[in-house]
Design a binder for this molecule. Structure first.
Ligand code: E4P
Length: 214
């Protein structure tokens, strides 16, 4: 499973990238706002750090505007993936932009039917939002299972990009369910590495090694 970071904070991306296991980045308007920096500057910086897909979301609502903005965003760097919302206009824009060779990440996916529609419209990635479903007492992971089954039934090549990840067990469950990618906040990325028994075990090994040298 590929690991993406879900952030517009360049410092977090730089730190995560040092491990050599980061495959891409997703951003959204709220994350860009949180970064406090201009959208284009943030995207340019991210593309310099990570050699992989970088999702940049349109901030327009009609298909014509989305296509225009998507083409502009795609010019920033060859790794830019245009993020389109799952709306009727978004579907039209997806069909048009993917037809022009622009890679699309369909965002705000909350049902398997939405994922199927966007895949048919040519999206390279579909982003089911697990955490936001869990937040309203629905089972986000069931959605990953359903989309995996449907895509496998028809050999659909769109990648399942599990989004709205809240904790490390979401990553584990997504991996078991066969999500192609998980995009996660930097805090969750860090949590993936941790186990208290690793720390306890290492301390004991180091203490004993000190004693053995004496
Ligand atoms: C996905 O690409 C979105 O940016 C993101 O995962 C949304 O997550 P949230 O529900 O934590 O805002």
């Amino acid at each position: 499973m590929k690991f993406f970071l879900d952030t517009a904070i360049v410092d977090e991306i730089r730190k995560a990238n040092e491990f050599g296991i980061l495959d891409g980045v997703t951003t959204n308007p709220s994350l860009v706002y949180k970064s406090g920096r201009p959208f284009k500057d943030v995207l340019t910086d991210i593309c310099k750090i990570v050699d992989g897909p970088v999702s940049a979301e349109v901030t327009t609502l009609t298909a014509a505007e989305m296509v225009k903005q998507g083409l502009e965003l795609a010019k920033i760097h060859k790794n830019i993936v245009v993020k389109l919302p799952m709306t009727e206009e978004g579907v039209k824009a997806c069909k048009q932009l993917s037809g022009k060779g622009v890679k699309i990440n369909a965002t705000l996916i909350f049902s398997a039917s939405q994922a199927l529609v966007m895949a048919k419209a040519g999206a390279s990635y579909v982003s089911p939002f697990i955490g936001r479903l869990d937040d309203i007492s629905e089972d986000g992971m069931c959605l990953i299972d359903d989309i995996r089954e449907i895509f496998d039934n028809y050999d659909i090549k769109s990648e399942i990009l599990a989004a709205s990840i809240r904790h490390p067990m979401h990553i584990v469950e997504c991996a078991k369910a066969g999500a192609d990618i998980a995009t996660m906040p930097y805090t969750v990325f860090q949590q993936l590495f941790k186990h208290p028994l690793t720390d306890v075990g290492l301390k004991k090994f180091m203490d004993d090694w000190d004693k053995a040298k004496k």
